[in-house]
Design a protein around this ligand. Sequence first.
Ligand code: UDP
Length: 328
Amino acid sequence: MHVLITGGAGFIGSHLAELHLAQGHKVHVVDDFSTGSPANIEPFVHNPDFRFTEADIANWPELSQTVPWADRIYHMAAVVGVFRVLDEPIRVMTTNVQGCDMLLAAVHKGGWKPQVLIASSSEIYGPRVDDKLSEDMDLIIQPDAPPRWNYAISKLADEALTLSYGHIHDIPVSIARLFNTVGPRQTGRYGMVIPRFVRQAVNGEPLTVFGDGQQRRSFVDVRDTVVMLDQVAGKASTEGIIVNVGHDREISIMDLARLVIERAGSDSVIEIIPYEVAYGQPYVDIRRRRPDTRRLHSMVSHRPQWTLEATIDDLIRAARQARDTAPA
Ligand code: UDP
């Protein structure tokens, strides 16, 4: 199989590349290194089945030639991370919507019908506080808090574009609403909580809990995510499937901080930081975000293998190694 991954030098994209290379597939990654990095693809950059192009897909002259090569396309390229969404709200909208539109237009013009999986996000559920979020729920977009919801709005537009291309042009598509995903290669630079807590615990720094710490999340390991994405993409249909991809175990951010400290055997303390200080502006956080995984489980056979504890232990090991081998 020929697999094109936009944003394939990013966190989830690079794990997808690794998975498909291990299956003997040919993988072409396009990434502009805006969030992704050369280090993420370093482990397989010399694999003869791997090809890399540094480009922003909205300005990539070879997009139309490359798309017909692919049997499957994962569109993972996006501006992500709370810090970037607040700092670059226009870019979030333009990059995320234009990139998706240009990709789908190129697939349509190419005439060939690859399976297309578009990465969406659990952010689009907005500030709902339901026990579990399911794919058929109404979504909440608060109109008076731009640019807070720009990422959600951009992903909602991507979903609408994807369903329309699928329906109007008979392209087999699927949409994965990704819930909080963690694991190796994730950077804490743009806000993601677990890499930040792990680095803080390993360095003996205070763990920065934003807000009251009672907000809850469900985390899934990226090595499970990519196996499930592979299975979801294999079921792409012209009606378009929307599916939550995540794990339904829930934990508060305060308990997460305690867990990371305990697993690291760290002396770090927990520091409560108001949102306004953390994000430099007032911020509406999501209080609760937990996927209803019934649709996912009806579609894919894979069940998450990594417990949160095992993932955290693995990240602590890697963070210690990075700290101890960093140049002085
Ligand atoms: N968070 C935190 N400390 C940090 C970074 C994040 O308490 O150093 C909180 C953040 O406010 C949110 C949760 O952890 O409530 C998850 O944040 P992340 O940015 O990882 O993902 P989100 O679920 O907000 O998209």
